[in-house]
Design a protein around this ligand. Structure first.
Ligand SMILES: Cc1ncc(COP(=O)(O)O)c(C=O)c1O
Length: 348
């Protein structure tokens, strides 16, 4: 069969996956604090000093390096690193996960991962050549059974808030697994970056014993890029070996500068964090009153059954989710009336 015939036959079976632009009201984007919606990010981009108002032109390793990256890394360290830890920037969270997972675990090691972790982790761990074991979502007894049989260095990887289901892992279960088995806990904090009280790291706030954490700048921060934070020896290793950071164009200095401004002003976003928490609490309460089944809302994300067409909600299909479902995301700029109207349309 020709390539064209093969791919067309497969296309006929694939869900359509349409692109999906901004909606009003916004129940889809990851602009949880409304920093893009409110125009704050746009204004920052306008205010960027002329020397950083440009593209990066190359990889950091080959002409693209500039002082604004090191400045942003030091700022990240003051916010999210413990003594002895460093930060390392990447142009996206996907690059960061591919870079880390492809080079840190070795074929004799074992990676135990929640089956709901992001595709960039799943692809990265495949590239490592390590033994990999996925456990059912948030089932830490299953994770433990696998860790007991694991060989080499054991990596346990979870997210602080799952991007589709809107659930969180049990911090006590994570703490206990690390204490009893000495595994290396790695947490992808993409969907809680800047959302925890005072913009803290989720795992640091809970005192979790992590090897490394990933933060991303394309969600609540409203821009793009990501950073690993971990012990200096590990970060230096990823810097020298992580192909997905080495062989890619650096993030534009314009973006790095604006990310720095958003992070520097983290305290200013506290009212937005509070508004978002109140909206999440309201949505949980109303969903319970109405009796609509849902998953998540342990942060601003929920998964709702896709029983009928609902305006403003994007329907997701496997393999992104296990069965067709709506992903709802809430924002500091959504109003109670918007949420009420949405719930009414889900009920009808
Ligand atoms: C948990 C998680 N990690 C990593 C990424 C990738 O981040 P980025 O969009 O910056 O490539 C995403 C993206 O949605 C994500 O949800």
């Amino acid at each position: 069969m020709s390539l064209e015939a093969r791919l067309k036959a497969e296309l006929a079976r694939l869900p359509e996956r349409p692109f999906w632009g901004p909606q009003a009201p916004d129940f889809t984007s990851n602009d949880y604090l409304g920093l893009v919606h409110s125009g704050i990010v746009g204004e920052l981009l306008h205010r960027c000093p002329p020397e950083w108002r440009r593209g990066s032109t190359a990889s950091r390793y080959l002409g693209g390096e500039c002082a604004v990256f090191a400045q942003l890394e030091s700022l990240v360290e003051t916010l999210w690193a413990a003594p002895g830890e460093k930060a390392l920037l990447f142009p996206s969270g996907l690059n960061a996960n591919l870079a880390f997972w492809s080079c840190v675990p070795k074929p004799k090691d074992t990676i135990v991962f929640d089956r709901e972790v992001h595709a960039s982790i799943r692809q990265g761990i495949r590239l490592s050549g390590a033994r990999t074991w996925g456990f059912p979502h948030n089932d830490f007894s299953a994770a433990e059974a696998r860790i007991r049989k694991a060989q080499g260095e054991v990596f346990l990887v979870v997210e602080s808030l799952y991007s589709m289901r809107g659930t969180r892992p049990d911090p006590e279960a994570l703490r206990s697994l690390v204490r009893r088995y000495g595994c290396s806990l790695v947490i992808d904090e993409a969907h809680t970056t800047l959302l925890e009280p005072n913009g803290e790291s989720w795992s640091a706030r809970l005192g979790l014993p992590t090897l490394a954490r990933l933060f991303t700048f394309g969600k609540a921060v409203g821009l793009m890029g990501a950073t690993w934070v971990g012990p200096s020896w590990l970060i230096e290793y990823v810097r020298r070996k992580g192909f997905a950071g080495i062989y890619t164009t650096a993030m534009p200095p314009l973006i790095a500068w604006a990310v720095g401004e958003v992070l520097r002003r983290s305290q200013e976003w506290e009212l937005r964090r509070e508004a978002l928490s109140q909206l999440i609490a309201f949505a949980r309460q109303r969903l319970a009153q109405i009796g609509l089944p849902y998953e998540g809302l342990e942060g601003p994300i929920a998964l709702l059954p896709a029983t009928q067409e609902v305006p403003h909600l994007k329907k997701l299909y496997p393999p992104t989710v296990s069965a067709p479902a709506y992903r709802l995301s809430l924002h500091a700029h959504n109003t109670l009336a918007e949420v009420e109207a949405l719930l009414a349309s889900l009920r009808s």
